[in-house]
Design a protein around this ligand. Structure first.
Ligand SMILES: C[S@@+](CC[C@H](N)C(=O)[O-])C[C@H]1O[C@@H](n2cnc3c(N)ncnc32)[C@H](O)[C@@H]1O
Length: 196
């Protein structure tokens, strides 16, 4: 996956990494910061995604599509599609541009709206990357887990850098007998749950 990343995807990843770095330095008056994952989290997420069983792939929190690009590396290998949700207009515009310039419009479906309104429509989720506002994590978790296939993998970002805010959801997930879960110290900290 990582040795043969198509040039257009590599180029867009670099563009978004630079955009994100500039945002962090400038304090960005342009739009809300991209707040995207670092590359090592991207690699981790794509390895988990490619190892997921057959089923639907979701992402909650597209931003400009950077993490989605990593997940599409897995999609290209196993013929899956990714459905990703975003609520902010500016970011939706950038994400559409991302999927256009990388020729991924057949691989990625970008849904404009609150993911919580759509998750119940997906009944065979085999992989989900959750990276949205911390206030919606627990709602999303509660909606996702019953609709995941056996062996399905849920990854939630910010499990370490927002540990205190996410603690109720993290404690719930780690004690949940429907999944095996752990927190992995990669990037901002990833909660990884595998549906039993
Ligand atoms: C941390 S950013 C996502 C970064 C992205 N995953 C990446 O690494 O490139 C979180 C995004 O989630 C979006 N968001 C927040 N709540 C949401 C919801 N309920 N449904 C869909 N998107 C949401 C925000 O607008 C924001 O763009």
């Amino acid at each position: 996956m990582f040795h043969k990343i198509p040039e257009s995807i590599k180029k867009r990843m670099k563009y978004l990494e630079d955009f994100d770095t500039k945002d962090r330095i400038d304090g960005t008056p342009r739009m809300e910061r991209l707040r995207q994952i670092p590359p090592e989290t991207g690699k981790f997420v794509s390895i988990l995604a490619v190892s997921a069983p057959k089923g639907e792939f979701l992402e909650i929190g597209t931003s400009a599509g950077y993490s989605a690009l990593w997940i599409t590396l897995a999609c290209k290998l196993n013929g899956n599609k990714l459905v990703t949700f975003e609520i902010l207009k500016d970011k939706i515009k950038l994400a559409r541009e991302t999927f256009e310039v990388t020729d991924l419009h057949d691989v990625v479906e970008l849904i404009e709206g609150d993911a919580r309104d759509y998750i119940p429509n997906y009944r065979n989720i085999s992989f989900c990357f959750l990276d949205a506002e911390k206030e919606v994590y627990e709602d999303c978790y509660d909606l996702l887990i019953p609709n995941m296939v056996k062996g399905g993998i849920l990854v939630a970002d910010n499990a370490i850098n927002h540990y205190e805010t996410l603690k109720p959801m993290l404690d719930k997930a780690l004690a949940d007998e429907r999944v095996d879960g752990m927190i992995v110290p990669i990037g901002k900290g990833e909660l990884v749950c595998r549906k039993i």
